[in-house]
Design a binder for this molecule. Sequence first.
Ligand code: GLN
Length: 203
Amino acid sequence: MQSVPTIGVLAIQGGVREHLHALELSGARGTLVKTRMQLDEVAALIIPGGESSTMDKLARTFGLMEPLREARAGGLPMFGSCAGMIMLADRISGAIADQESIGGLDITVERNAFGGQTHSFETGIVIKGIRDPEQEFEGVFIRAPWVITAGESTDVIAEISSGPHEGRIVGVRSDTLMATSFHPELTADPRVHELFVEMVRNS
Ligand code: GLN
């Protein structure tokens, strides 16, 4: 039987509950992470969508930023959706003054990149590495970032395939880190979380 890893969801700001639910559908056990002690107990961490500048501020206020960076540097697998992607990016374009990230992914993200009429939208995307990859995944984008540049250690797993934003990078992964511009936790399709659980099992 496959192991059932315990995966934390960073619960200082943003859409936590939906990730917990998606983890339960994906062969993992989900738990809230609000403290350093809770962080020490999980096999991996999800950083949810929300508002990255607020998440950053609160993480620093609660003394969690350094532990998060240490955990990431120590190889703890992390998956960030939307604001979570920004939190895992080494470089942020459009950051507010003094905004910091956990970092780890050699990417530059543009915050709130899909401007104007496409602030929020849904579109089908092909994602590399998920189960039944030829079957499009419903990408839900809410004031989402996109990836401007991705370094060599970073694998691009999803791009917008049509429309005005065709070719924009919206999903990346490295050995232990994964990030999406969209919110897979807001769909009933567990394949992105399954991919992360598989990364955790292999780590
Ligand atoms: N625009 C938000 C930010 O910069 C991200 C939006 C989201 O997570 N849905 O943090």
